[in-house]
Design a protein around this ligand. Structure first.
Ligand code: UT7
Length: 331
């Protein structure tokens, strides 16, 4: 099999127009800007309109990514949408997006790995391009996570925001392998209950009781999730760097999941990475789940923080628990 390089040809992102500040939230739950900033680093987040679906946000991010790649929708032959908040139970958000984007009748699928969805999606696309008939993939992370947030629960509602990001990836045979070098993915389902939406699925079907107990909303044990997040994201980063024989000093940029600045700081401290080698935009977006990494990647790229030849490491963690990292030699 030929040794393909998997290259990111275009990036696009979208965040809804409406910006909600911490002060705005302090009017609906008992909280304060001081508490939210000091515990999470988040200052504001974007929130989708009631009739703005996950696919609507993904559509704009994808159109921008395709345009930035200098391509057309008909060039895409694989679509993977990382999301936990699909438009419908079925059909998949990828199916809806296929129509809205005007793609050919190509392979389209949703991938639910919670906040790690984009990292997983990029790894799946990489292997489908390398090993199969596919040539150009669109990998998306899109989330209307505020739809499953309990707006009466101050321990969770202040943390999340909506958005979408997408990349176009293609394959080329080059003198040496570059682009997406590899990934490290993991799951530990044994503590899945620490971060979940308990009701509304097949295990606890939707009922009056589910509605009353707010079991159709996201529940999280923040303290426990925090500890696991730091540990597994650090491990995924170190395992992947070691596999490719790259030291943290050689990294151009780390793009971590944008959940909490204290989680990010703990990881860079353990990895002994200088702060300027780590990209953060959670102050303006909050935790956008699967959209977090591509939203950050897009912004880092637009700000000129990624140059050709740089090693870029992206790492995420989410419900499941799932986690994963992708290492890219940027072209
Ligand atoms: O996408 C991946 C999944 N998510 C994460 O990665 C999130 C991981 N966890 C976290 O980011 C942090 O644990 C939180 C930001 C959620 C919470 O920070 P913490 O330092 O672990 O705070 P805590 O849960 O221990 O709460 C401290 C206090 C509590 O009061 P008492 O019991 O000490 O009196 C909470 O009731 O802060 C209270 N509290 C709040 N106060 C004001 C909790 N939420 C709020 C709030 N405003 N919004």
């Amino acid at each position: 099999m030929p040794k393909y390089s998997i290259l990111i040809k275009g990036i696009g992102a979208y965040a809804p127009e409406r910006v909600v500040t911490n002060d705005d939230l302090s009017k609906i739950v008992e909280t304060s800007d001081e508490w939210i900033v000091s515990r999470s680093g988040i200052r504001e987040r974007h929130i989708a309109r009631p009739n703005e679906a996950t696919s609507d946000m993904a559509l704009i991010a994808c159109q921008r990514a395709i345009q930035n790649a200098g391509m057309k929708p008909e060039d895409i032959d694989l679509l993977i949408v990382g999301t936990t908040t699909p438009d419908y139970v079925c059909p998949s958000t990828a199916s809806v997006l296929q129509r809205k984007l005007g793609l050919r009748n190509i392979a389209c699928m949703d991938l639910n790995a919670a906040c790690s969805g984009f990292i997983y999606g990029l790894n799946v696309a990489t292997n489908m391009l390398r090993g199969g008939i596919y040539r150009t993939a669109l990998v998306v992370g899109a989330e209307k996570i505020t739809n499953i947030v309990d707006w009466t629960d101050r321990t969770t509602c202040v943390l999340f925001g909506d958005g979408a990001g997408a990349v176009v990836v293609t394959k080329e045979i080059l003198p040496e392998i570059t682009g997406v070098l590899g990934s490290s993915l993991g799951t530990d389902g044994s503590n899945g209950n620490l971060l979940m939406v308990p009701g509304g699925g097949t295990a606890m079907p939707f009922s009056e009781e589910v509605l009353q107990k707010h079991d159709h909303f996201l529940k999280m044990n923040g303290k426990e999730v925090f500890k696991v997040a730091v540990r597994v994201m650090q491990q995924a980063c170190e395992e992947l760097l070691k596999r490719f024989n790259i030291t943290p000093e050689q990294l151009g940029l780390l793009i971590p999941h944008q959940a909490n600045i204290r989680i990010v700081e703990a990881i860079i401290e353990r990895m002994k990475l200088p702060r300027e080698k780590c990209f953060v935009n959670l102050d303006r977006y909050g935790n956008t789940s699967a959209a977090s990494i591509p939203l950050a990647l897009n912004e880092a790229y637009e700000r000129g923080m990624i140059k050709s030849g740089d090693y870029v490491l992206m790492v995420a963690f989410g419900a499941g628990f799932t986690w994963g990292a992708n290492l890219i030699k940027w072209q």
